[in-house]
Design a protein around this ligand. Structure first.
Ligand code: RIB
Length: 306
């Protein structure tokens, strides 16, 4: 039987990643020589949109770029990847979001300058309501203003979409958001920040329970090479990470979230979608860069992994 195509709306950031690879990350006042510099399309929102499109979904992006050359490149990149850009606005007075990424031994340190991403307003989302109609899933992150995230989740619920909130980068969120969220997907740091003020413990199952009782949503906590812990439909569990050589972890969380949305949007239960998301995350960390590392559907289907 022909599988259903997942229809996904992504409301989020669009960045150009300026990436430096070096053996040593400088401390304050120090200058070091790096090995490589590359510019790679990124941004948590755009990464999730491109990842979902490569995995076979129909994707619409809602976001903003600046009136500079990065803005043009990012718009071109999104449409070359088959992502709908009717609601990606060019703010001519702004610069496109930029992420300065330092990579050392597969670990990264990222500084984001939001630029035009700060101009993604609630009105902008409201104006994009057409793309919410008939869609399956909203994917949203925290690299755009929180009031915009709030409007996006409300609009999604009004139109019957399932809402996946990837709370990255880490931030405290108002309790009012949770009734509009179905699944929240923090990493360990983000989970600790979301539950701050509650009794914090280093035990992941405690944090999972804290988060579950705080949000009343389904929860998946990603833990890098330790895999994921989840609480879905009233049951808790875990899934191990596939073992791969880690080249660069940039966009691993983005591709994991996109994969969850794609397989779940096609009708697979969330618990089973985790297996595909873990494969997609593993393929992403085994390559360099953000959108350069996102796998295609065929690559995921061929990946056996251990
Ligand atoms: O999640 C990875 C992304 O975070 C990078 O592409 C960078 O743009 C930052 O937003």
């Amino acid at each position: 039987m022909q599988k259903k195509t997942a229809k996904i709306v992504v409301v989020g950031s669009i960045n150009m990643d300026l990436v430096v690879k070096s053996e040593h990350i400088p401390i304050a006042g120090e200058t070091v020589t790096g090995q490589e510099f590359v510019m790679i399309p990124g941004g948590k929102g755009a990464n999730q949109a491109v990842a979902a499109a490569r995995l076979g979904a129909q994707v619409e992006m809602v976001g903003c770029v600046g009136g500079d050359s990065f803005g043009k490149q990012m718009l071109e990149q999104l449409s070359n990847e088959g992502v709908g850009t009717s609601y990606v606005i060019t703010e001519s007075q702004q610069t496109t979001g930029v992420a300065l990424i330092q990579v050392q031994d597969g670990e990264n340190r990222i500084t984001v300058v939001p630029g035009a991403n700060a101009s993604v307003t609630p009105e902008h989302v409201e104006n994009a309501r057409e793309v919410f109609k008939g869609a399956d899933i909203l994917l949203v992150q925290l690299e755009i203003p929180q009031e915009t995230v709030m409007r996006a989740v409300q609009l999604a619920k009004r139109h019957g979409l399932k809402v996946i909130l990837n709370p990255a980068p880490a931030a405290d969120l108002p309790a009012e958001i949770w009734p509009f969220v179905d699944l929240v997907t923090p990493n360990e740091t983000e989970a600790a920040i979301l539950t701050a003020g509650q009794a914090i413990t280093s035990d992941q199952s405690d944090i999972l329970n804290e988060l579950r009782s705080l949000t009343k949503t389904d929860v998946i906590i990603t833990q890098g090479e330790k895999g994921v812990s989840y609480h879905i439909n009233g049951s808790s569990g875990s899934f191990p990470a596939y073992r791969v050589h880690v080249m660069d972890t940039t966009a691993a969380g983005d591709s994991f979230n996109a994969a969850l949305a794609v397989w779940h949007g096609e009708g697979l239960p969330l618990e089973q979608s985790i297996e595909f998301a873990a494969k997609v995350g593993a393929l992403t960390v085994s390559r360099f860069g953000a959108q350069t590392s996102l796998p295609t559907r065929q690559e995921v289907e061929l990946f056996e992994g251990t």
